[in-house]
Design a protein around this ligand. Sequence first.
Ligand SMILES: C[S@@+](CC[C@H](N)C(=O)[O-])C[C@H]1O[C@@H](n2cnc3c(N)ncnc32)[C@H](O)[C@@H]1O
Length: 270
Amino acid sequence: MARKTPDTQGSLAFERHFAGIYGERWPTLRQALLAPTNPEDLLVGLTEPYFLDSASVRAAQALEVKPGDRVLDMCAAPGGKTLVLALALKGTGHLVANDRSPERRARLQRVVQQHLPRVWSSNIEITGRDATRWGLYEQNVYDRVLLDAPCSSERHILNSPKHLSLWTPHRTKALAQQGLSLLCSALEVLRPGGVLVFSTCSISPTENRQLLERLEIKRKEKWTLEGVSEEFPDLQGTGPLFWARLRKNQLDEKPRDEQLDVFPKFSDHF
Ligand SMILES: C[S@@+](CC[C@H](N)C(=O)[O-])C[C@H]1O[C@@H](n2cnc3c(N)ncnc32)[C@H](O)[C@@H]1O
């Protein structure tokens, strides 16, 4: 195994990595990530306010859940985006809110119970599966799938001396690998014609657009890209939040060529 040195681990390695990606933009982005966040009480219809970054609300709304839909929130805890999906369902259809971590799942349960009217939480099922394996057990079932993937969360790293001292580029690669397994699983459980929103709060292209490029190589025939968005605190004052909206192709549908050409428009800084 390679020896860990200040070049490969910790704050210096972190700075070099992101300065290499963002160039002249990095000092401003770094400063914006260090600034306090500004969560807002944006969700109408809750029994108690829930404070959420507006970019997170937009990512969950990009799924365009309609009353009656069968929805899977694959990585749901602590549950901010679950609330957005539940508000769209208004107690109809079925919402499965899943998280593998027992502690975080307990928090998810509390968030659902404390913030939603009882009639609107009765259609929510909370589960604790490993979502990377979900596609092995259920296929072509859900109208809508939200994959808010575990990610590097560089805002958190930058604001935590302990996490910054432990950072290595390997971490972002490992999370991207897990993200790819989750994406493949999400495509399996989605019904043909159904919609998947993949989101992260990472600024690492490895965990965002490059993951979709890898998914295109692996599963090109399965999906069509319908939109992407990137909100970062230095430019939009919100996030960081990346999301992509994918539609699962019908069985006889031909895959589009070069669908990821859309990225340069959104990511001129890369
Ligand atoms: C970014 S957080 C989700 C935030 C949540 N969507 C929200 O809006 O509050 C990612 C979550 O994925 C969960 N997770 C990580 N790996 C998982 C897996 N293989 N299966 C299911 N959940 C997983 C983590 O426990 C964590 O709670």
